[in-house]
Design a protein around this ligand. Structure first.
Ligand SMILES: Cc1cc2nc3c(=O)[nH]c(=O)nc-3n(C[C@H](O)[C@H](O)[C@H](O)COP(=O)(O)O)c2cc1C
Length: 217
C-alpha cells in the first residue's frame, strides 16, 4: 500500500481529467501487453455481487468479425480501428451448476470444505431463485458495468485510451460472435488503444455541478 496519498489523489484526478471516451484511434499503435494485462486485471478483480463474476470479456481480433460488427454498431469506426476490442458479455447460465462451480472454486482457493459453504451457497441460490432468466441477465449485465468502470479508470491511469460503447444491436452481435455457444449475451464494448485526431477528447468536459450531483437528504 502506498503512503503518499496526496500523490495518488493527484494521479487519479489527472487521469479523470485526461480520460475521454475516445472515438478515433490510431490503428497502428497497439497497447503494450503488460499495460493491457493490467487493464484486464482491473476488470477481473472488480467487485461483483456475491463474487459470482457473472460476465466475461470476449476479445475480437479477427478483422472479418470486426467488419461484421461495424455493420451492426451504427458504423462507429472504433470497432474496426481500435487495436484492441473486447465485448463485455453477461452469462446466461446463472443457475445451480454455475453457483456450485463457484463454491468449488472458493473451497479450493481457500482450503475449506464445500459442506462448510452450504449457508453461503443457499443464500446465493435463494437470491437468484426470485429472478426470471431475463432478470438474471440484467443483473449480470449490471455487474459487468462495474468492471467496465474499473477498466476505464485503470486505462486512464496508464495513459491508455479507452472507449466504452453500447451503441450496437445486441442480438446481431450475439449472432456474429456465436455468443450463445458460450452461454453469453453482449452488454457493452470496450475499445483500447491510443487516440489520433480525436476531436471529442479536446473538448471541455460537460458535467453536473458537484452540488447537483451529490445530494444531502
Ligand atoms: C455505457 C456507455 C455506453 C457508451 N456508448 C457509446 C457509444 O456507443 N459510442 C460512443 O461514441 N460513445 C459511447 N459512450 C461514451 C459517452 O458518450 C461518453 O462517456 C460521454 O459522452 C462523456 O464523455 P467522456 O467519457 O469523454 O468524458 C458510452 C459510454 C458509456 C459509459
Amino acid at each position: 500500500m502506498t503512503t503518499n496519498i496526496s500523490e495518488v489523489q493527484k494521479s487519479i484526478s489527472d487521469a479523470f481529467a485526461w480520460r475521454s471516451a475516445v472515438k478515433s484511434f490510431d490503428p497502428e499503435r497497439a497497447v503494450p501487453s503488460e499495460l493491457l494485462e493490467s487493464i484486464l486485471e482491473a476488470g477481473r478483480m472488480s467487485a461483483t455481487a456475491f463474487g459470482l463474476q457473472p460476465f466475461r470479456l470476449v476479445e475480437v481480433k479477427s478483422t472479418d468479425l470486426r467488419d461484421k460488427l461495424l455493420e451492426v454498431s451504427y458504423g462507429q469506426r472504433q470497432v474496426v480501428d481500435a487495436p484492441h476490442f473486447f465485448a463485455l458479455c453477461a452469462v446466461t447460465n446463472l443457475d445451480e451448476k454455475y453457483v456450485r462451480t463457484y463454491i468449488e472454486n472458493i473451497a479450493k482457493t481457500r482450503g475449506v470444505q464445500v459442506e462448510d459453504l452450504k449457508g453461503f451457497e443457499d443464500s446465493m441460490l435463494g437470491g437468484i431463485s426470485y429472478m426470471s432468466d431475463e432478470q438474471k441477465v440484467a443483473w449480470s449485465a449490471r455487474q459487468s458495468y462495474i468492471a467496465l468502470g474499473a477498466m476505464l479508470e485503470t486505462a486512464a491511469l496508464l495513459e491508455v485510451d479507452a472507449g466504452p460503447m453500447e451503441g450496437f444491436m445486441t442480438d446481431k452481435v450475439d449472432e456474429i460472435l456465436s455468443l450463445a455457444n458460450h452461454n453469453l449475451r453482449s452488454v457493452a464494448y470496450i475499445t483500447l488503444g491510443y487516440r489520433k485526431d480525436d476531436k471529442y477528447s479536446q473538448m471541455k468536459k460537460v458535467r453536473l455541478p458537484k452540488e447537483e450531483f451529490v445530494l444531502s437528504v
